[in-house]
Design a binder for this molecule. Sequence first.
Ligand code: OGA
Ligand code: NI
Length: 344
Amino acid sequence: MEKLVSSWYNNVQPLPETYIFPPNARPGKLSTLPSSDNIPVINLGGGGAEGHDRTRIVEQILEASQEFGFFQVINHGISENLLHDTMDVFREFFALPPEDKASFFSEDPNKLCRLITSTGNYDRENVHLWRDALRHPCHPLEKFIPLWPQQPLKYREHVGKCSTQVRKVALNILDLISEGLGIGYGHFSDELSQETLLSVNYYPPCPDPSLTLGITKHCDPNLITILLQGDVHGLQVFKDGEWIGVEPLPQGLVVNIGYQLQIISNGKLKCAEHRAVTNSSNARTSAAFFIAPSQDCHIQPAAALINASNPQIYKGFQYKEFLSNYLMKQGNTEVVLEPFKLQI
Ligand code: OGA
Ligand code: NI
């Protein structure tokens, strides 16, 4: 079990060499932006806004998805208590004694519920990431909940409720996006948004945050991601050549556009590159809920967005083809999309 950072970080100083990135890949400088230039915060009006409010929310979401590929939502309808309870069981999970976590640790990518460290490819990577992650599917709940941890005792109860509600918020945001894009209500329902995959990231306090990363620069491969980031800084978005920090909002959910939304919108919405940095004083826990197509789902740009002045820029493919290419390219943002572009 010595691979899991959460199990040994307390006894180790300085940062082990295998976690030190080459100089050009280290975190570097963070630009401090005036808050007006930062990731937009959108008030969802309790989740059921109508009329004028709804039109305004659709506009804000579209604008944020085009400019940043990232936004935060507040007033989304999920109670503060539930968010707290859920983040608490995640933190408690990573604080379990190493022997309790051992049964979940696996390097087999086919295992549905597993605890990994770094990228999950520990023996084949050059440098390790300063994080562990617990991963499992959440939807449909009855099918997957028996695979989840039973410790902490309330894990299944809180995470079950929270994942159901996060999925609802995500589907609502997808409806608002399809309205904004003008591609017909319900465009993203069914197969395109069939799965909810959870990755709970745990970044322990790090002896030297300037030398390593929690997650390297990437875009998410799925459709759309909802992230709970607790109250510790660490998430950064790459915009106009600079890294900007995403402010933790106690009741906010961070939303980001994945590759599939960029492709279906024929490039109108942008998936933004992001990463997670570590810090030396506080452990950071974040939970990413990835709304993803089914493996066999056919993906292609929405017909309504293609015309003489907006020619189709991506070809059609099966989601699993995209995923295997993503894994092979290790998320390298320069080349992931290449095989799916049409020559125009
Ligand atoms: C991810 C991710 C960011 C964070 O899990 O894909 O980007 O803040 N996480 O943990
Ligand atoms: Ni991500």
